[in-house]
Design a protein around this ligand. Structure first.
Ligand SMILES: [Zn+2]
Length: 183
């Protein structure tokens, strides 16, 4: 679903002419030789939620991830949705929890998927009910969190640092996906 990179595009979405590669505005891009269409291939924003629930941080394992991997809840924004509303929606959909407040942790590159991550601290309440994208969740005390050195892991590290909590990045290998990308 998250084919923001559009690397597999073959035909112009406007006129169905086969796309060609050509230089446009300083980069080699897929463009249409018959009309004005250019596939700009700009990064897609993704929201991530560091969910605080009953004093612990909720880490989620996406169904599409291999066993043992847990990360933040992530997703794409809908049209006409603010990042904060998107966080609240994704948290509700995937964990059943109600977001009481959101605060921006930071914005992070995720070039591997041509995405930009906007990470929020989301204080949440309610009862955990897993949505269809998640296989499992784990509640971890903040002082026991181990961030991962990529994508949303940097948001976890910054969140811990802002609380004066020492941390050490876990070792890779680790494949991180964004939750919305599994469908
Ligand atoms: Zn065209």
């Amino acid at each position: 679903m998250s084919d923001a990179a559009g690397a597999s595009w073959t035909y112009c979405p406007r006129c169905a002419t086969p796309l060609v590669k050509r230089h446009e505005a300083g980069a080699l891009r897929l463009a249409c030789p018959a009309c004005e269409f250019v596939h700009w291939d700009n990064p897609l924003p993704v929201i991530a939620a560091l969910i605080e629930y009953e004093g612990k941080v909720l880490l989620a394992r996406n169904r599409a991830w291999s066993n043992g991997m847990f990360g933040l809840v992530t997703g794409f924004l809908e049209r006409d949705e603010t990042p904060q509303a998107g966080v609240a929606r994704e948290v509700k959909e995937e964990t059943g929890l109600k977001v009481e407040s959101t605060a921006l942790i930071g914005v992070y590159e995720f070039m591997r998927k041509n995405e930009v991550i906007m990470a929020y601290h989301a204080i949440s309440s309610g009862t955990i009910e897993l949505g269809e994208e998640l296989a499992d969740v784990r509640l971890v005390a903040p002082e026991r969190l181990r961030p991962w050195p990529m994508g949303t892991g940097y948001a976890v590290a910054d969140w811990l640092a802002a609380r004066g909590l020492p941390y050490k990045f876990i070792e890779l290998p680790l494949i991180e996906a964004t939750a919305g990308a599994s469908s």
